[in-house]
Design a protein around this ligand. Structure first.
Ligand code: SAM
Ligand code: SF4
Length: 314
């Protein structure tokens, strides 16, 4: 197991397998965003994951861009499973889920997070620049049919856009018996333009008296969980701004162009590109990236990240 300088065990790899997406969420991606043509091949992704697994990675999340637009997604999941990863998950916008969930499950996928910022059709079309909400609902239904559990919805609350839907999301969590997690908007890429729309999770929790703290046993991530008396579902809060969780961060990220990113909030890319034919050198670069992982993010000191979120994966 590789530890970083601050004694954190890095055992969780998040891979942004493509920057391409079938939506254009306003706080994530510019309308005219160009995508890169350069991407790791299936074999290159699997070579890097194999080396990372040797170093102690136990859990992989696939993200993007939209991971389900990438044709290698099923083979990639199979590959991670064959390499011994028992916890393989994706973060998706859900648009293609109904079509793909059966094959994703057969390939070895364990868990799914679905990003959904509004339960209103017109608002969904607005924030995603053209997405169809009904497709996401079909995706959620399909996940249930194929026994994907737990299903987690990721919601970014924006003051003038969907804060008024907070209670609706609590009801949705109860009705659909799933986990809804509110993620604070981060000053990354297009998100910087929405800075004045930030809703602090600490304010919501303080104002919502029906939320009771819940000790979610399998929770190894940054979310704090709550339940409501007599209701199904759980409510989670991921609060990089109002509650810093850097001291327990166990993550390292890889993007589709072979860059390692040791902190979501750092601009620093550590390229594996020139080392792709040399396993030992890949290993050395990974070791260094982990050792040099920053102690804390600097968002509260005003630091922003210029790259857009679709290239990092969230
Ligand atoms: N396309 C997939 C999806 O939307 O789930 C995966 C990639 S997307 C970049 C991953 C997550 O990042 C989504 O939940 C999205 O809402 C979130 N995200 C994008 N930009 C963000 C920002 N500036 N602050 C907080 N979350 C952001
Ligand atoms: Fe695409 Fe996900 Fe970004 Fe929305 S949040 S534009 S779905 S990558």
């Amino acid at each position: 197991m590789v530890k970083d300088l601050y004694n954190r065990n890095i055992d969780y790899l998040r891979i942004s397998i493509t920057d391409k997406c079938n939506l254009r969420c306003r706080y994530c991606m510019a309308e005219d965003q160009k995508f890169s043509e350069d991407s790791l091949s299936l074999e290159e992704f699997l070579k890097i994951s194999e080396i990372m697994i040797d170093k102690g990675i136990k859990k992989i999340r696939i993200t993007g861009g939209e991971p389900l637009v990438e044709k290698n997604i099923f083979k990639l999941i199979e590959g991670f499973r064959d390499q011994g990863i028992e916890d393989i998950s994706i973060t998706t916008n859900g648009i293609l889920l109904a079509e793909y969930v059966k094959d994703l499950k057969a390939a070895g996928l364990n868990r799914i997070n679905i990003s959904l910022d509004t339960l209103n059709e017109e608002k969904y079309e607005y924030i995603t620049r053209g997405g169809k909400l009904s497709k996401v609902f079909e995706g959620i239904k399909a996940c249930k049919e194929y026994d994907i559990s737990p299903i987690k919805l990721n919601v970014v609350l924006l003051k003038d856009f969907n804060l008024d839907e907070f209670e609706d999301f609590l009801e949705f969590s109860d009705r659909e018996d799933l986990i809804v997690r509110f993620i604070e908007l981060m000053p990354i890429g297009e998100g910087i333009k929405f800075k004045d729309q930030l809703v602090k999770n600490s304010d919501i929790i303080n104002n919502c008296k029906s939320l009771k703290k819940y000790n979610y046993k399998s929770n190894t991530g940054p979310a704090d969980y709550y339940y409501r008396e007599g209701k199904n579902g759980l409510i989670g809060f991921i609060s990089p701004l109002s509650c810093n969780f850097c001291s327990s961060c166990n993550r390292i990220r890889l993007d589709h162009e072979a860059n390692l990113i040791s902190c979501l909030h750092s601009d620093k890319l550590i390229s594996l590109k020139d080392a792709l034919n040399d396993d030992e050198e890949i290993g050395n670069i990974i070791d260094k990236a982990i050792r040099d992982k920053p102690k804390n993010h600097k968002i509260l000191q005003g630091h922003t990240v210029k790259r857009s979120m679709n290239t990092i994966g969230g």
